[in-house]
Design a protein around this ligand. Structure first.
Ligand SMILES: [Zn+2]
Length: 126
C-alpha cells in the first residue's frame, strides 16, 4: 500500500493534503512538470528583481528631492559627498585587506558627513 504524503506547492509553497490534485491556495498542479516549475520560479525571481529595481529608483528620486531645495554650491557639496560615499562603499565591497576596509569606511563616512553638512547648513540659513 502506497503511503500518502502531504506535499508542498512549488509555486506558493503552501502545504496541501495528499488527496488534493491541485494547490488549495493557488491551484498549481501537484504533479507539475519540471519545465512548468522552472517557469513559475523564474517569474517569481523576475518579480523580485523588478521590485528591487523600483526600490533603487525610489532612492534616486529621494536624493533628487533632497538636492532640489539646496543652493548650487551646497548641491555640488552634496553630490561630491554622495560620490565619495559611493566610492567608499564600492571600495569596501571589493577590498579584502583590513587596512583598506578601514580607509574605505573613513571615505564613506567623510562622504556621508559632506552630504549631511550640505543639508544641515541649508536648514540653518533658510
Ligand atoms: Zn500553491
Amino acid at each position: 500500500m502506497a503511503e500518502a504524503y502531504r506535499w508542498r506547492c512549488f509555486a506558493c509553497e503552501s502545504v496541501n493534503e495528499p488527496s488534493s490534485v491541485t494547490c488549495s491556495n493557488c491551484g498549481f498542479p501537484a504533479r507539475a512538470s519540471g519545465r512548468r516549475i522552472a517557469e513559475v520560479q523564474a517569474s517569481k525571481l523576475g518579480a523580485q528583481t523588478r521590485s528591487d529595481l523600483s526600490n533603487s529608483g525610489g532612492a534616486f528620486e529621494k536624493f533628487d528631492e533632497y538636492l532640489r531645495p539646496l543652493s548650487p554650491w551646497r548641491r555640488a557639496v552634496a553630490i561630491f559627498g554622495f560620490a565619495v560615499a559611493s566610492g567608499g562603499m564600492i571600495w569596501l565591497k571589493v577590498t579584502f585587506s583590513w587596512l583598506q576596509m578601514g580607509i574605505a569606511m573613513l571615505t564613506f563616512f567623510t562622504g556621508a558627513a559632506l552630504m549631511g553638512a550640505a543639508s544641515i547648513g541649508a536648514k540653518h540659513h533658510a
